[in-house]
Design a protein around this ligand. Structure first.
Ligand code: GLN
Length: 209
């Protein structure tokens, strides 16, 4: 348990096979959640939510081929609040293009990998979003573009008219890296999804006797 965490803190797994998982751990800790690095299927036991970080989705898929982790994760994200950032969003999509690759197919979107071209490989955009509060800083690193959203998918932020932050039920996905910005609103939104999905007995302030 971390300094900020309490027994009521949500236990959030952060997939730590490859990529930018450390910054998610820092942000979650600062928000009072209890993060746990997830490297093997048993690490998923008892989590309230899961973060799939940015990195290289193809490399992550290779790691997920071990220990039947891909199959376990595919079942897991059907029922557990999950937040994918960048490569994590690619893993969650139903359809992946440029090139086509396998995915967990938990979120009804089509993504095109590395869609923003070389010049703007990495860039920062500050733009208004559907989140309460001021415009949001969005850090893009070899980002995918969400080119299609299914009817169940709500768009919360955009770039050039394309969605950059989307939610569908208990799944949240960003094509940018909110863990690299000081603004905690995207992770707060995810933790609100996690709380809404928690059994009543585990929620703070609710008597269990
Ligand atoms: N380009 C990477 C991919 O296709 C994603 C980049 C990122 O996560 N920052 O998986």
């Amino acid at each position: 348990m971390t300094a900020n965490a309490s027994p009521c803190s949500p236990l959030i797994g952060v997939l730590a096979l490859q990529g930018a998982y450390d910054a998610h751990v820092r942000t979650l800790t600062a928000l009072g959640a209890a993060p746990r690095l997830v490297r093997l299927p048993p690490d998923l036991d008892g989590l309230d939510g899961l973060v799939l970080p940015g990195g290289e989705s193809t490399t992550m898929l290779r790691f997920l081929d071990r220990n039947r982790f891909f199959d376990v994760l595919q079942t897991y994200v059907l029922s557990t609040p999950t937040f994918g950032t960048c490569a994590g969003a690619i893993l969650l999509a139903t359809h992946v293009e440029a090139p086509t690759q396998r995915s967990l197919a938990a979120l009804d979107i089509t993504v095109q990998r590395n869609a923003y071209g070389r010049q703007i490989d990495s860039s920062i955009l500050i733009a208004p979003t559907a989140l309460p509060g001021p415009p949001l800083e969005m850090v893009f690193i070899r980002a995918p573009r969400i080119s299609r959203t299914g009817p169940s998918v709500e768009t919360l932020a955009t770039r050039d008219g394309f969605p950059t932050l989307v939610r569908s039920g208990h799944i949240l996905a960003a094509t940018f890296h909110p863990e690299l910005s000081a603004d905690p609103r995207v992770h707060q939104l995810f933790l609100a999804l996690v709380r809404a999905n928690r059994p009543a007995a585990n929620r703070p302030g609710i008597a269990t006797a």
